[in-house]
Design a protein around this ligand. Structure first.
Ligand SMILES: *[C@@H]1O[C@H](CO)[C@@H](O)[C@H](O)[C@H]1NC(C)=O
Ligand SMILES: *[C@@H]1O[C@H](CO)[C@@H](O)[C@H](O)[C@H]1NC(C)=O
Ligand SMILES: *[C@@H]1O[C@H](CO)[C@@H](O)[C@H](O)[C@H]1NC(C)=O
Ligand SMILES: *[C@@H]1O[C@H](CO)[C@@H](O)[C@H](O)[C@H]1NC(C)=O
Ligand SMILES: *[C@@H]1O[C@H](CO)[C@@H](O)[C@H](O)[C@H]1NC(C)=O
Ligand SMILES: *[C@@H]1O[C@H](CO)[C@@H](O)[C@H](O)[C@H]1NC(C)=O
Ligand SMILES: *[C@@H]1O[C@H](CO)[C@@H](O)[C@H](O)[C@H]1NC(C)=O
Ligand SMILES: *[C@@H]1O[C@H](CO)[C@@H](O)[C@H](O)[C@H]1NC(C)=O
Ligand SMILES: CC(=O)N[C@H]1CO[C@H](CO)[C@@H](O)[C@@H]1O
Length: 339
């Protein structure tokens, strides 16, 4: 039977299907992202999680926490759940402690992870349940094994223990590949907040186990982009978030507990995650055309100007730090207001 109306309905379904299949590739252009964070002693990790949870075109696959405090994992879980990602799996470095942050350096900064964890508890890891977090290496292996080849970006915004342990891992039930082979197959880019460029001595590299940092960076089997201390350390943000965000926003509360009302913090981690998501363009450009980063056993780093190496870069701002700060503050607020 041919009925014109039925036909046009069928055409509509077909056209809609075609249109949707044209939209879907955009969906699949979403960035597959894993974040490895030391959310604990600085609040910019919370700002980075806000961006990863609220920017468009992000497929947040997993968050690994490389500082072993239970409050770190619980806070990460609470933040993700608040922004609508209650199911993102969270890994936590072992052995788990109940350490809480105390600023015995400047006696100025406040603790926030336990407070966010308790008051916003509503994610995969409810309050008191940090031991249910994944082991970081298993979470990496499980997550990477499920993804298409060359499709995953890892943003490292803290210590590199778990990444080093991933490189040391061997075949398991998730993949028959060794750690380096699994990384080479699945990871398109590692983005690392750490070091100084072209050379430096920075906390994420020396602050925990510099030998492990050297192992992870010097042996990584693939492309790396570095975000140095001089990049985010020149961009102060967060004040508008503390003043203008919705009252119940956990990251605004974290910034208020950490730096106080209407104050700013450096933007190392948010800028690094922003680059991991959106790449070069209006925000960033490369600071070099060739060479590679070398981390010494003491955690200091130095660029090796080898013209044959084209797979490593460090970042520079593509605009003035004032403009970048203004735009980043707007992204924080847009994200907080979208919930
Ligand atoms: C917990 O998270 C879920 C899913 O994101 C949300 O629907 C619910 O409103 C949240 N509950 C509380 C008390 O925040
Ligand atoms: C940390 O606190 C939880 C309760 O919140 C407790 O179950 C756990 O045993 C504590 N862990 C350590 C290492 O003290
Ligand atoms: C873990 O969370 C459950 C609720 O999901 C709670 O009943 C239990 O007491 C928590 N565990 C601890 C050690 O607090
Ligand atoms: C991985 O192995 C290297 C030696 O090959 C070692 O230096 C490093 O400490 C190991 N990483 C971890 C996290 O144990
Ligand atoms: C921009 O950089 C200058 C010079 O380092 C610094 O004094 C200023 O605070 C920075 N501005 C912002 C918004 O970060
Ligand atoms: C926040 O601080 C800025 C100066 O840094 C000031 O101009 C502004 O009025 C302050 N806002 C509030 C609400 O206190
Ligand atoms: C770390 O070691 C390198 C290589 O030996 C050396 O050049 C550098 O000065 C050391 N850095 C620090 C901060 O000790
Ligand atoms: C900080 O930003 C200012 C203004 O854009 C710039 O002049 C300065 O070189 C930057 N400092 C560093 C260390 O990048
Ligand atoms: C599961 C796992 O291997 N995690 C590792 C993460 O890194 C820490 C620090 O090196 C190791 O102790 C853990 O074993």
């Amino acid at each position: 039977m041919f009925h014109p109306l039925a036909y046009s309905y069928q055409r509509l379904v077909q056209i809609t299907f075609i249109a949707l299949s044209l939209i879907n590739p955009i969906e699949s252009h979403s960035k597959n992202l894993i974040i490895d964070t030391d959310i604990f002693s600085d609040v910019d990790d919370a700002g980075a999680l806000l961006l990863a949870s609220t920017l468009p075109h992000v497929n947040l696959l997993a968050v690994n926490v490389n500082y072993p405090s239970s409050y770190s994992a619980l806070a990460a879980s609470a933040i993700l759940a608040y922004y609508g990602h209650p199911d993102v799996p969270i890994g936590l470095r072992r052995p788990i402690t109940n350490e809480s942050f105390f600023d015995d350096w400047a006696y100025e900064l406040g603790e926030y992870t336990s407070k966010v964890a308790y008051h916003w508890s509503n994610g995969t890891l409810p309050w008191g349940n940090a031991s249910k977090s994944w082991e970081p290496v298993e979470l990496y292996r499980k997550t990477l094994a499920c993804q298409a080849d060359g499709s995953v970006t890892i943003a490292s915004i803290g210590f590199l223990e778990n990444l080093s342990a991933l490189l040391n891992s061997t075949a398991d039930k998730h993949s028959h590949l060794s750690g380096p082979d699994l990384v080479a197959a699945k990871v398109s880019k590692l983005v690392v907040m750490g070091g100084g460029y072209p050379s430096g001595y920075e906390f994420n590299f020396f602050g925990d186990d510099p030998g492990v940092t050297a192992h992870a960076v010097n042996n990584w089997p693939g492309s790396i982009t570095f975000s140095g201390t001089e990049l985010g350390g020149n961009v102060s943000t967060g004040a508008r978030l503390t003043v203008e965000a919705p009252a119940h926003d956990p990251v605004a509360a974290a910034y208020r507990w950490y730096i106080g009302y209407n104050n700013t913090r450096f933007s190392w981690d948010p800028l690094t995650v922003l680059y991991a998501i959106s790449g070069l363009g209006e925000w960033f450009e490369y600071g070099n055309t060739y060479g590679y980063n070398y981390v010494h056993p003491n955690g200091s780093n130095e660029w090796g100007y080898d013209a044959k190496r084209k797979d490593q870069h460090w970042l520079k701002l593509a605009d003035s730090n004032v403009t970048v700060a203004r735009k980043l503050d707007k992204l924080f607020l847009d994200g907080a207001r979208a919930v």
